[in-house]
Ligand binder design. Structure first.
Ligand SMILES: C[S@@+](CC[C@H](N)C(=O)[O-])C[C@H]1O[C@@H](n2cnc3c(N)ncnc32)[C@H](O)[C@@H]1O
Length: 307
């Protein structure tokens, strides 16, 4: 039997437990999107709730156990995202490739360590994207604004005579994500050092689920996946060994809602409001672009939360 959830919201349930004790209770073929950001076996201190420095083979065998469960609970066409160091996603990707269909290895450009002697400077995390079956049931990637100078709003690339041909909804998302900011959270002491940016989860949840879809994250951390799901109108199931940071975060969810609303004004369009202001100020002509919809407020239905 499932334990009583630690927290329930309008859309989600959070279990404070080992994910391997909860996942077998989730019925097969019911989840639209799984996002998993496990500990990386780097010897970090996670309040001694588990050992983050085990022999490599043990770490991989442990990952395979919960990955098997995640594959089982996915719906046909459902999506699985696995965030990890390239070192681990290489063997785990090969493991998943026998069960799911590979879509992308997304490089998330974040420097995660100091330079290491005699090695290249590690500068990206791997975000593996697999689906169950041949075709994704849901796939609507966000489009991004043109890259512009943060001081004057001028284009970083020269679009020459093609300005009027550009999609007013923005440029295609690629499999290299350069625009994910690091997280600063000095204000909330309980938040975990490895919290991911809400911008990353907004992008994943928006791309591979619809309002009303079911999202699952077995390694909740500070609850970024759950906050994104709740605010974007997705149902969710979350698991975390030590969940007080998540409960505290939901008590202050309006701050995440404000950030998400700001993100919504800066995607699926050619220019962000800030770059449009700068362009005007510094006299960069914008009239050749088609800017349909740039003045409209995005259609973002942030859902009220009940705890
Ligand atoms: C890398 S963090 C996840 C961070 C999260 N994506 C965020 O944005 O805040 C991994 C989390 O997994 C939790 N964890 C480790 N082993 C677990 C297990 N067996 N079951 C559930 N949670 C676990 C840790 O407590 C840690 O908070």
């Amino acid at each position: 039997m499932l334990p009583i959830p630690k927290m329930e919201t309008q859309r989600g349930k959070l279990y404070e437990a080992d994910c391997l004790s909860i996942l077998p209770h989730i019925p097969a073929g019911t989840v639209d999107l799984v996002f998993a950001d496990p500990p990386f076996n780097l010897g970090k201190d996670y309040n001694s709730k588990f050992n983050d420095a085990v022999p490599e083979q043990n770490y991989l065998l442990w990952c395979e156990k919960w990955l098997d469960e995640l594959v089982r609970v996915l719906r046909p066409g459902g999506a699985l995202f696995l965030f990890n160091l390239p070192k681990w996603n290489l063997p785990l990707g090969a493991f998943l490739g026998k069960k799911l269909t590979f879509r992308h290895w997304i490089s998330v450009d974040i420097k995660y360590s100091l330079p290491i002697p005699k090695r290249l400077y590690p500068s990206h995390y791997s975000l593996l994207y697999f689906i169950k079956g041949d075709k994704p049931a849901i796939f609507h990637p966000d489009r991004l604004p043109i890259k512009t100078c943060t001081h004057c709003g001028k284009e970083a690339n020269d679009y020459g005579g093609y300005k009027d041909k550009m999609n007013p909804a923005g440029v295609n998302l690629t499999d290299v994500w350069y625009d994910i900011p690091p997280v600063r959270h000095a204000k909330y002491k309980k938040r975990k050092a490895n919290e991911l940016s809400l911008k990353l989860l907004d992008r994943v949840v928006s791309m591979a689920s619809d309002p009303g879809s079911l999202v699952l994250d077995p390694f909740g951390g500070s609850g970024t996946t759950f906050v994104a799901s709740e605010l974007l109108g997705r149902n969710w199931v979350g698991i975390e060994l030590e969940s007080s940071a998540i409960v505290e975060r939901f008590e202050n969810i309006n701050e995440d809602a404000d950030y998400l609303a700001k993100l919504a004004t800066s995607k699926n369009r050619l220019f962000t409001p800030d770059s449009l202001k700068l362009r005007k100020k510094f006299g960069h002509d914008t009239s050749k672009y088609r800017l349909n919809g740039h003045l409209e407020k995005p259609d973002l239905k942030l859902q009220p939360v009940l705890i």
